[in-house]
Design a protein around this ligand. Structure first.
Ligand code: V47
Length: 372
C-alpha cells in the first residue's frame, strides 16, 4: 500500500492498517486523492479482511405496488401524479401473479417499494404483505423504506411503533435502504423537500432495528451534492450503526439523470463511482456488507467495484421492477441478470460467488429447483 505517491492517502492507509476510525477530514482526503489504484487497494484490503474472496448475490425480484407519489423528488424519474395516463396501482391479484413468477424463477426475496400514494388505505399495504406471505411463505418480503414508514405514520395518524408492528405482523421481514438520499442540508431540501428529513430517517431506522428487523442504507450520489455532504452522510450512518447494529448493508446509488428534473446533469463518472465505493468501505468500518448495485453502475463497472471494497452485487432482479426500469443504466433498461451470468461476472473478477438470502444466510439449492 505504501507505494502510493499521495502523502495524505498514505497517512490514512496507516490509520486503516491500525484499525483506527477515519474522520471527516480523512474521508475528504480519500476523495481528493487522484491515486485511484492505491485507494482501491486499501478498500480491497479491508474487504478481504472481512470477507476474503466471497462475493454475495441473491435471486430476487423488485416489485413496486404503485408509482403514484406526491414527494416530487428532483432526482426521480419513476413517480407519476394520479391523473397521469401511466399512473398505476397493482391490485392483490396482480401482486400475487408477479410474486408467483418470482417464486417459479427461484427468487428468495421480493423487494417491495412504492410511491407515497394518498389514495390507498393502510390496509392495502398490510393486506398485500399478509396475502403474499400466506401464498408464498418461502419469499422474504424486504419491504418499505423509512420514507414510506414516515408517510404511513403521518397520513394514517398512527404511532411509528404501531406502523412498524403491524407491518411486521403482516409479513415485513426487513427494510430496503432507499430514501436516505443525502442527509445534509441544504442539499436534502433542494433534491427532496417533501420527504422526511435526515433525523427522521435515522430515528425510524433505529425504531425498526429496536423492533428486531435488519434494514439497509443507501446514499444517492453524483447530482448536486458536495464531497462534504457525502462523507457527512457516511458518518451519520456509522454513528447510528454504533448504537443499533441494525444495518446489514450499505448501497451507494449512482445518480442516473435521464427522465428526471435533473436531466441536465451528467451523473457520476466511473472514477467517482469507484472512489465512492472505496470511501464507503473505508469510512463504514462497522458495516459488514457494501453492495455494488449493478443496475445503477452497469454490469461492467459493478464487476470492477468488487475490487474497490464491494462484497455484494445484489440480485437477478428478474424483470417487473418498474422503479429499477425507470433508471437502469443498462442498455434497453435491461434489469434482469440470469443467475449464471451473475456468477460468471463475480468469478471472472477473481471472487467466489455465494448465493445468499436477504439476511445473508447461504442458500443451498437442490439441482431440481428452476433458477432465474
Ligand atoms: O431512494 C431514485 C434512488 C432509491 C434515482 O436496500 C435513483 O438492497 C439513481 O433504495 N438515479 C431506491 N438512483 C432504490 C433503493 C435500493 C436499490 C437496490 C437495493 C436496495 C437495498 C435499495 O433509488 C431511492 C433513490 O435514492 N433513485 N431515482 C435515479 N434517477
Amino acid at each position: 500500500m505504501n507505494s502510493s505517491h499521495d502523502r495524505k492517502l498514505m497517512e490514512t492507509a496507516d490509520k486503516v492498517e491500525a484499525h483506527e476510525r477515519l474522520s471527516l477530514a480523512d474521508g475528504l482526503a480519500l476523495y481528493a486523492s487522484d491515486d485511484l489504484p492505491a485507494l482501491g487497494k486499501l478498500a480491497d484490503k479491508v474487504r478481504r479482511r472481512k470477507h476474503g474472496t466471497t462475493t454475495y448475490f441473491n435471486v430476487n425480484r423488485h416489485f413496486n405496488p404503485t408509482n403514484v407519489c406526491y414527494a416530487d423528488c428532483k432526482f426521480c424519474g419513476f413517480y407519476r401524479t394520479p391523473r397521469q395516463a401511466d399512473a398505476y396501482t397493482h391490485n392483490i391479484d396482480e401482486s400475487l401473479r408477479i410474486a408467483g413468477e418470482a417464486v417459479s424463477e427461484g427468487a428468495t426475496e421480493l423487494h417491495i417499494v412504492g410511491g407515497l400514494n394518498t389514495k390507498l388505505p393502510f390496509s392495502y399495504f398490510t393486506d398485500l404483505l399478509s396475502t403474499l406471505r400466506q401464498q408464498y411463505p418461502q419469499l422474504h418480503l424486504k419491504a418499505f423504506t423509512m420514507v414510506e414508514i414516515d408517510h404511513f405514520a403521518h397520513f394514517y395518524k398512527m404511532t411509528d411503533e404501531a406502523v412498524i408492528q403491524q407491518l411486521i405482523e403482516a409479513g415485513m421481514g426487513s427494510c430496503p435502504g432507499g430514501g436516505a438520499e443525502i442527509f445534509r442540508e441544504p442539499t436534502r431540501s433542494m433534491i427532496c423537500a417533501h420527504k422526511c428529513d435526515a433525523r427522521r430517517w435515522l430515528d425510524l431506522s433505529a425504531k425498526v432495528h429496536a423492533a428486531g428487523l435488519k434494514t439497509n442504507a443507501t446514499m444517492l450520489y453524483g447530482h448536486i451534492e458536495s464531497m462534504e455532504d457525502r462523507v457527512d452522510h457516511l458518518i451519520r450512518l456509522r454513528e447510528l450503526q454504533d448504537q443499533s447494529g441494525g444495518f446489514q448493508c450499505f448501497i451507494p446509488l449512482a445518480f442516473y439523470p435521464p427522465g428526471t428534473q435533473l436531466a441536465h446533469l451528467p451523473g457520476p463518472s466511473g472514477v467517482d463511482s469507484l472512489k465512492t465505493m472505496a470511501v464507503s468501505r473505508l469510512m463504514l468500518d462497522n458495516f459488514d456488507h457494501i453492495k455494488a448495485y449493478w443496475v445503477m453502475l452497469g454490469k461492467r463497472l459493478a464487476q470492477v467495484a468488487l475490487h474497490y471494497g464491494a462484497n455484494d452485487i445484489d440480485g437477478t432482479i428478474t424483470k417487473g421492477g418498474e422503479l429499477s426500469e425507470s433508471y437502469s443504466v443498462e442498455s434497453n433498461n435491461e434489469v434482469r441478470m440470469p443467475k449464471a451470468e451473475l456468477i460468471a461476472l463475480i468469478e471472472d473478477a477473481g471472487f467466489q460467488a455465494v448465493e445468499r438470502d436477504t439476511v445473508y444466510n447461504r442458500v443451498e439449492r437442490s439441482s431440481s429447483v428452476s433458477l432465474a
